[in-house]
Design a protein around this ligand. Structure first.
Ligand SMILES: NC(=O)c1ccc[n+]([C@@H]2O[C@H](COP(=O)([O-])OP(=O)(O)OC[C@H]3O[C@@H](n4cnc5c(N)ncnc54)[C@H](OP(=O)(O)O)[C@@H]3O)[C@@H](O)[C@H]2O)c1
Length: 190
């Protein structure tokens, strides 16, 4: 039985969909959200297979506290799903400075801080999965560049692709996940 740690667990969103899928296969889930009270009813039937924790991913102290509590109560995190994030669409020159910074804080720095908090445990156990929720619009920015001027800037969750590539190379010691990390048949059968 694996333990999942999922960010951005707002009811009806992708985070909750990840949680439902993991629970369906018999795994345990730590589902985090800014308003955990909204998940109380959903969590009830799963008993101690689900732990709902408050988490604003841009609050580094809260990230450390949530990961520590998840590890302590569930005995370790096997799958991290960095799902919390938001896209921003518009012209490059039209983007307000504070919007650039807020979007980068959420889509890049927060993802890094959750990953940094979870990695030591995965390294220690020499196994783990990290799923970074990206955006087709962000990845396929070329498609947006076909728009008539002004060209669109899509500042989405894909900003961390460099981090993902680096992790993939740097974590070869986590052999269990390394071989399967690019496979299409997630979650793995073993
Ligand atoms: N839906 C799509 O078509 C689509 C397309 C491309 C990519 N994505 C990506 O998929 C992921 C989930 O999208 P979604 O459509 O399910 O949800 P969404 O409606 O786009 O909302 C984003 C999710 O991130 C959470 N979030 C935002 N800021 C947060 C913060 N500071 N701390 C913790 N959580 C925070 C939101 O929680 P709150 O409810 O508290 O705001 C919500 O759960 C996102 O990364 C999104 O960029 C979605």
């Amino acid at each position: 039985m694996r333990t999942w740690f999922v960010t951005g667990g707002t009811p009806g969103g992708f985070g909750q969909a990840y949680a439902d899928a993991a629970l369906e296969t018999g795994d345990r889930v730590v589902l985090t959200a800014r308003r955990p009270e909204e998940l109380r009813e959903w969590a009830r039937p799963y008993g101690d297979r689900v732990l709902v924790l408050p988490l604003d991913v841009t609050d580094a102290a809260q990230v450390c506290a949530a990961v520590a509590e998840a590890e302590q109560r569930m005995g370790g995190i096997d799958v991290l799903v960095n799902n919390a994030g938001r896209g921003w669409y518009g012209s490059i020159e039209g983007m307000a400075e504070d919007a650039v910074r807020r979007t980068s804080d959420l889509n890049f720095f927060a993802l890094l801080s959750v990953t940094r908090a979870v990695l030591p445990g995965m390294r220690e156990r020499r196994r783990g999965w990290i799923v970074n929720m990206s955006s087709v619009a962000g990845v396929r920015i070329a498609a947006m560049a076909e728009d008539p001027p002004p060209r669109r800037l899509v500042l989405g969750s894909d900003a961390y692709d460099a981090v993902t590539s680096t992790l993939r190379e740097a974590l070869t010691d986590i052999t269990w996940s390394e071989a399967a990390s690019c496979a299409a048949d997630f979650p793995p059968g073993t």
